[in-house]
Design a protein around this ligand. Structure first.
Ligand code: E4P
Length: 217
């Protein structure tokens, strides 16, 4: 499964990318607003250069024509750029238009299997179901990943399932078990994946035994 980092924070992106742990990045307008203001083109280029893989950059228009115009600009920033559009009627049309021009599109804000079907029909490269936000309203976000996997497999759709709105490590584990193609993680969750109390305990014991013996490398 591909791991993407869900942030626009360059230092976090470089930290994960330098460790060779991420396959791409996803951003959204809220994440970008936390770290930037004004023209974000330079920052988007730096993010694209910091990672060897797709970087989702989201349009902010809501009509098809302007979304396509913004999408072309975003795609021109760097070859890693993937245009992100919302799962609305105009977004699906813009997805088809941009796809016809050879651009990769991530259709975001997906909350149902029927929406995911239309994203695939519109030729999306990625569809982003938001697991955490469904859980937040007492739904079962993971069930959506199951359903989309089944529908895409039943009919051979090649759109990649990009599990999004990840809140904790078990979302990642369950996404892997179901067979999501990618998962986008906030930096905190990425590093949580590496931690285990028995690893810390074991390391402490190894080092204390080593030091007690006075050995050296
Ligand atoms: C996906 O691409 C989105 O940026 C993201 O996963 C949204 O997550 P949130 O629900 O934590 O804002």
């Amino acid at each position: 499964m591909k791991i993407f980092l869900d942030t626009a924070d360059l230092s976090e992106i470089r930290r994960a990318s330098d460790a060779g742990l991420i396959d791409g990045v996803t951003t959204n307008p809220s994440l970008v607003a936390k770290v930037a203001e004004g023209d974000v083109t330079v920052m988007y280029r730096e993010i694209c250069e910091a990672v060897d893989g797709p970087v989702s950059l989201e349009v902010v228009a809501v009509d098809r024509e302007t979304m396509v115009a913004e999408g072309r600009k975003l795609a021109a920033i760097h070859e890693n750029a993937v245009v992100k559009v919302p799962l609305t009627e105009d977004g699906l049309k813009a997805c088809r238009d941009l796809g016809n021009e050879g651009h990769r599109v991530n259709v975001t804000l997906c909350f149902s299997v029927s929406q995911a079907l239309l994203a695939a029909k519109a030729g999306a490269t990625f569809v982003s179901p938001f697991i955490g936000r469904i859980d937040d309203i007492s739904g079962e976000g993971m069930q959506l990943i199951h359903q989309i996997r089944q529908v895409y497999d039943n009919y051979g759709y090649t759109t990649e399932i990009l599990a999004a709105s990840i809140r904790h490590p078990m979302h990642v584990v369950e996404s892997m078990l179901i067979g999501a193609d990618c998962c986008t993680l906030p930096p905190k969750v990425l590093w949580q994946l590496s931690r285990h109390p028995l690893t810390d305990k074991g390391l402490d014991a190894f080092l204390s035994d080593w030091n007690a013996a006075g050995t050296a490398i």
